[in-house]
Design a protein around this ligand. Structure first.
Ligand SMILES: *Cc1c(COP(=O)(O)O)cnc(C)c1O
Length: 297
């Protein structure tokens, strides 16, 4: 948000009672700014890229409805976020479900709803496989992969170190073969997902993870003899510059890096999904609180 915009917004909010004695704290979202940001995302990538908004960045209903109307799908990581997304009008095929530890009742619900499902581990795979034997599902399903490309500058926001807990660790002994076997034996496995991390991750780290998962998709498809993996979900994680109002890196910067590292994602061989959260909202909102007292000591 630019300072001029912020000032006029605050004046209007104070005048209208949105912030004041009985409302000392308020959050603001720049609706036009969000629309512009989503437009810059969509124009940075070709049309076979489908962009999901990571609901954890801001799961309030008006925000979810806003990003939906601006053309995004939704990535959710809990049953609550899933409910919220469906309530805000996302169609099941516009939603990706990424909860790390899915209970059996939640898996049943997800498969029934038909939202895309990213399986976290081999035990979860066994549950899903058993459920599908009972009842077929319209969900697009595949594994989440930890490409183990290392940590960014902030450990807590890096999800692709050798011991990160999300997804199947690709380089751990036996896992690549176990994945290949699962895909070759189960034709309902048609997607692959990765999310390298968020704030603090360089573009090179993000694209290195996407490179590894794309290579895995090609390895599976070659072994299967046909294009079994059709969707690659490359996650989110574009870092945000919190030091100034400048937007850096931009979605176009990321697209350039991705085109260099994984050119085949741009030729339409795969449907590509993304899951950006922070980078859609961070520059387009703020929390404002009223100062009651100022003290010195
Ligand atoms: C947090 C998260 C995202 C979004 O990350 P941002 O840094 O907000 O873009 C996407 N996918 C998954 C699985 C996540 O956990």
């Amino acid at each position: 948000m630019g300072n001029k915009f912020l000032e006029s917004m605050l004046r209007a909010a104070v005048k209208g009672g949105g912030i004041g004695e009985t409302a000392p704290l308020a959050g603001f979202v720049d609706i036009e700014g969000v629309r512009r940001t989503i437009e810059s995302l969509r124009s940075a990538f070709p049309p076979h890229f489908q962009h999901m908004f990571a609901a954890k960045a801001n799961s309030m209903s008006p925000v979810l409805s806003l990003v939906r109307e601006a053309g995004m799908g939704c990535e959710v990581a809990s049953p609550g976020e899933l409910e919220q997304a469906l309530r805000c009008g996302f169609k099941p095929d516009q939603v990706v479900f990424d909860e790390p530890a899915k209970t059996l009742p939640v898996l049943k619900k997800v498969l029934k709803t038909g939202v895309a499902l990213n399986i976290d581990n081999f035990q979860e795979f066994d549950r899903v496989s058993a459920l599908l034997k009972e009842t077929p599902s319209p969900s697009r399903i595949g594994f989440r992969i930890n490409p183990q490309v290392g940590s960014g500058a902030i450990g807590a926001m890096s999800t692709a170190t050798s011991s990160s807990k999300f997804g199947v660790a690709l380089e751990d002994e036996g896992n690549r073969k176990a994945l290949l076997d699962r895909y070759l034996q189960h034709d309902w496995l048609t997607t692959l997902h990765t999310h390298v991390g968020s704030q603090g991750c360089s573009l090179q780290l993000l694209t290195a993870g996407v490179r590894k998962v794309t290579d895995l998709a090609k390895q599976i498809n070659e072994a299967a003899g046909h294009a079994q993996v059709r969707v690659i979900d490359i996650g989110g994680g574009l870092p945000v510059n919190f030091e100034s109002e400048e937007v850096t890196p931009t979605f176009a910067d990321y697209a350039d890096e991705l085109r260099k590292a994984v050119p085949e994602l741009f030729d339409g061989e795969f449907v590509v999904k993304t899951e950006f959260g922070r980078s859609i909202l961070a520059k387009n909102g703020c929390i404002v609180s009223r100062v009651e007292y100022t003290k010195r000591s």
